[in-house]
Structure formats: structure tokens, C-alpha cells
Design a protein around this ligand. Sequence first.
Ligand code: G6P
Ligand code: MG
Length: 217
Amino acid sequence: KTIACLFDLDGVLVDTAVYHYKAWKQLANSLGFDFTEAQNEHLKGVNRMRSLDMILNWGGVEKTETQKLALAAQKNEWYVAMIDRMTQAEVLPGSVALLENLRQAGIKIALGSASKNSGMILQRTKLTHFFDAIVDGNVVSKSKPDPEVFVKGAQLLGVPVADCVVFEDAQAGIEAALAGGMKAIGVGQEANLKGAQLYVKDLSQLSVKDIVALTEK
Ligand code: G6P
Ligand code: MG
């Protein structure tokens, strides 16, 4: 049977969380309040406009829809200036080797990211060619934990959800995978990844065999 691996981008394959954090912090500070790394943890996997709503709420600030669009655009401008300078060196440990091994094993690979900047990040870090399908914030409307982003990936690859394995660094992403009927591998801090079938610190700890075994459970 054909199996598929669906990868989140930010925090799983590349280390962009720190750039999101810096850009949001700059925005919060410009509005007169602070933004912590603990708060940033809750924004992983959450799309841009929803993230902004959460930040404004934490800061106790109210804005009109028009103002919100301008604020989100400002944050994105700062963020894009940072990711524009990304290189292959920012690909997280084990990512390239695992992607190569999966391809060699005939396993399908899709991206499942909430980001509207995924195309640029994949290009700068030279990962684009690994993907059979790219599903990102430009084509989905519902934010994780809704399973839409992963279900679309499975459909594009033509692989049943039960034979799909999702790689996620965010609780919302693990929940999205499980809601979609898929297996979930948590990458990063176990405390932030409840419900995953398997946890790893980074992708260097995983073999194709481990992943295939998970789909046989
Ligand atoms: C990923 C990140 C989130 C980010 C979202 C949207 O899911 O984990 O922190 O808010 O993408 O990213 P974007 O690049 O479209 O603003
Ligand atoms: Mg992520």
C-alpha cells in the first residue's frame, strides 16, 4: 500500500517560530504592551488573523477590522524581511535525510501548513522539490485544529487518511491530525503535544521503518 507523510512547516522542518515571535513582539510593543514566548507557544499552527486576535485580546486592545488588516500586514512585512534571508542552514536537524529516505521508499510527501509564506520558505531553504503536494494558508480557510489542511493533502496525494502520518510541533496540529483520522508524530516538547502516537525531539530520531510501523497499528 502507499502511505503518506504530511509535514507541518514552521517548527518541524524549519525554525521560523523565532521569526514569528520577533515580528509579533514588535507589533505588540508598538501597541504598548508586551508579548511573551509562553504566549507565542499558543500561536503555533494558528493562522495570521486568528493570531492577531489572540494577541490583541491578551493586550486588552480593541481594533476595527480595517485596522486589524493593516496590523497583520505590518507584522507580515517584518516577518517576510526576516525569512527572505533564510538559508538551508535553518532546516531543522534530520529533515533533509528523512525527506530523502521517504522519497526513496516511495512514500508520498505533502506539506500541511497554515502559513501563506510557505512557498518562499521552502524556496529559500531548498526543500520545495521533496513535496508531491503543498497545502498551505493560501488554499485552506479553516485554522488547525480543524483537519482541513491535512485532509486536503491526503486527497491530493490519493492516500486514505488511515495511511497518513502527520508531523507536528503544535498541539493544534496534533488535534487536527487526529480529527482527520490520521496518525500524529509530535516533534519537540512532549508537554505541548498531547495525544500524539509518538514523540521525538527532532526528525533525526525517526526512521522510515518507525513511520511505516505506525500506519500498521
Ligand atoms: C504557522 C505558524 C504560525 C503562523 C501561521 C501563519 O502555522 O506556526 O505561528 O501564524 O503559520 O503564518 P503566515 O506566514 O501566513 O503568517
Ligand atoms: Mg508548526
